[in-house]
Design a protein. Sequence first.
Length: 648
Amino acid sequence: MCGIFGYVGQAPEATGALITNLSQLLRHRGPDDEGFESGPGWGLGFRRLSILDLSELGHQPMSTPDGRFWLVFNGEIYNYVELRRGLEQQGERFRGTSDSEILLRLLAREGPKALEHLNGMFALALIDTEQGTYFLARDRLGVKPLYYQARPGQLRFASELKGLLAWPDASREINPVAVAEYLAMEYLPSETCIFKGYQKLPPGYYLTGTLHQPERAEPVSYWKVEINGEEGDGSLTNGQLEDLHNLLASAVQIRLRSDVPVGIFLSGGIDSGLVAALAAKSTEGTRPLALTVSFSEKRYDETDLAQATVEKIGLEQRIIPQRPTGLTDVDRLAWTYDEPFADPSAIPTFTLCEAAAEHAVVFLAGDGGDEAFGGYGKYIKTPRYKLAHAIPNPAARALHAASAFLPSLSSLRYRLAKKIVPEGGLAAALNQAPTDPAFELILPADMKALAHQVGKPLWQRWEQYQGNSITARQQWVDYAVYLPDDILVKVDRASMAHSIEIRSPFLDYRVVEWAARLPRANLLNSHQGKLPLRTLANSLLPTKVQSASKRGFGAPIRSWFRQPFGQTFARERLLSDQARQRGLWDLAGVERLIEAHANGGRDLHQWLWSLLMLDAWARHYLDSKDFLQGPPKPNTEQVNSLVTDYAY
C-alpha cells in the first residue's frame, strides 16, 4: 500500500524541491520508504507502506531488468502468487517476492490486457521508455484513488488531490456545480472535482498516451459489473451455496497474504462475521487478530455480538473504546479527504483506524457486502418507490404545488419532495432530495439555478439501466457512484491517514460478478436482504448475530447540533465573515436551519454537518494553502468540553 505521484510530458522547474514537497505531503500513505525516478518526458514518485517483501527489492519506482519499463503502483495484487507461477512457466525470473515485480512483468508483456488477470485493488502508472508512452489504470471497483490534471504538453497525477494542488502553479478555481452536487449528495461523484481542471480516473478504467502529447488521451473502460435485472423467484441450490462459500473463502484467503501482522475489523454484523469465520479456518498466514470498536451509546455498540462471534470461531479479540469525538474533528477530516466529504460514519472510521494502527498494519473488513447482496434498507423499501414511480406527472405536479403551502422546513414537505423526484424510484438512492426546500434555502443566489441539476450523476446511471427491476437499478447506481465515491473514499483516506491497509473480500470481483448474475429475489425479499449470506451464516455464526438488527456506524451529530456548544460552533463557522466572503452558501438560510434543528423540529443535522465539512475544507484548501503544512492536531480541549456538555 502506497502513495504515488508524477508527471508525463514537460518536466517541471525546480524538480527537486517539488518532489520533496510532494513526497512529504503523501508520507502518511507510505512512511517506510520513498523514491523518485525520471527520464526524458516523465517522472515517477513513490511513498511505500511495506507489506510484501519488506526488503529493498520491493522499492519503487521499479524497472524491468533492461530499464525499458518503469512502474509506480499503489495497492495490492492478491493473486500475485498464482500470477508469478504462470510467468515463471513462460520463462520469467524474479529477484524478490513482491507483487509489484509480478505486476511490472505482466504489464510489460501484455499491456492493458494484463488488467484482466489482476485480482486486487490498485492505482498505477507505467512508462514505456522505448515506445515513449505512458499507462495509468485504476482497479475495477475503485478501491484505490487516482487524480490527474491534463495541461498543454503535460499530465500530472497523484493518489490524492493535494498531490496536484501542491504544484506551485496549481490553479484553485472553485467548481460551483461540485459545490451544489456535494451539498445534495454529501460527497462528489467521480466525474466531478471540487476545483476546475482536475479529474479522477473512474473505477475500471485506464488512460494511455504518448510522452510528447500526454494531454491527448481519454479514459477507456476495461470492466463494469453486469447486474441481472430480473426479479426472479426461488432460493439458491446447495450447489450455488457451496460455490459462494468457496468463492468467499478464496477471497479471504488471498487477502491474508502479508509479511506484516494482519487483523480483522469485526463488528456485530454478518458481513465482517463471515470474513472473520472464514479467516479463522484459512491456512494462509498466521491467525489474525479481531478488533472491535465499542461505543458508549447502546444503539451503536455491537461488542456483545462481536464477542459471541469470536467465541464461536476461536479468534483472539481486542476491544477498542471509541475515543471521544466532536464537531472539532471536522478540521482533521477536511484535511484528510481533500474534497468536501460529509458521510458522518467517517468520524468513527477515522478514529477506529487511528486506534487500529497500534495493533497491526493490514486489516480485513466487510465493506461491499451490502452492495453485492442487497443489504441496504432502501432495497427492502423498494415497493413504496414503485408506487412513487407510478404517480402520473399531473398528480406529481399537483403534489408539488400543494406542498408549497407547507412550512419550508416541515418534515411533511420534505417527504413529499422525495416522492416527486424525477424518475421516482431514484429517491431510494438519494440521501437528500434535490427538491428539498432546505437545499434551496442554503444555496446562494448564483447557484440556485443548479438546484435541479445536482442529481444528474445519479439520474444518468439510473436511465442507463432502464427496463430492469428497481432494485437492480439501485444496485447499479450504488456500484457506479455510492460505493466508489463515498464508501471507498471514506475507507481509503481514513486508513491511509494512519498508514494502515484495509482489504475487503466482498470487493473481490469474482464475488461481485457471482452475486450480480443472480435474480434479485435470490438476494432479498420484502423483509430482509443478503439472503445467501444469511444462509451461510447459519453454520458459521452464532444465532444471535444472524437475527440481530443493523445498528449502524455513526456519531451522535443530531444531538450535537441541539446542544449549546453545537449551535455556537455552527454559527461561529457558518456565519463568519470568511463564509460571507466565499459566498458558498446563503447565511440567512443557514441561520434558519440552525434554529429549526435546535428547536426540535425537522431533523436537519445532515445539512449542517455537510456545511461544516465544506467550511472546514475551504479553510484548508480555498482560503489559504494550510494543507501544505500537514494535518491539524486534534483540539482535545474543545473535544473534552463537548463530551462534558453532551454527556453522550
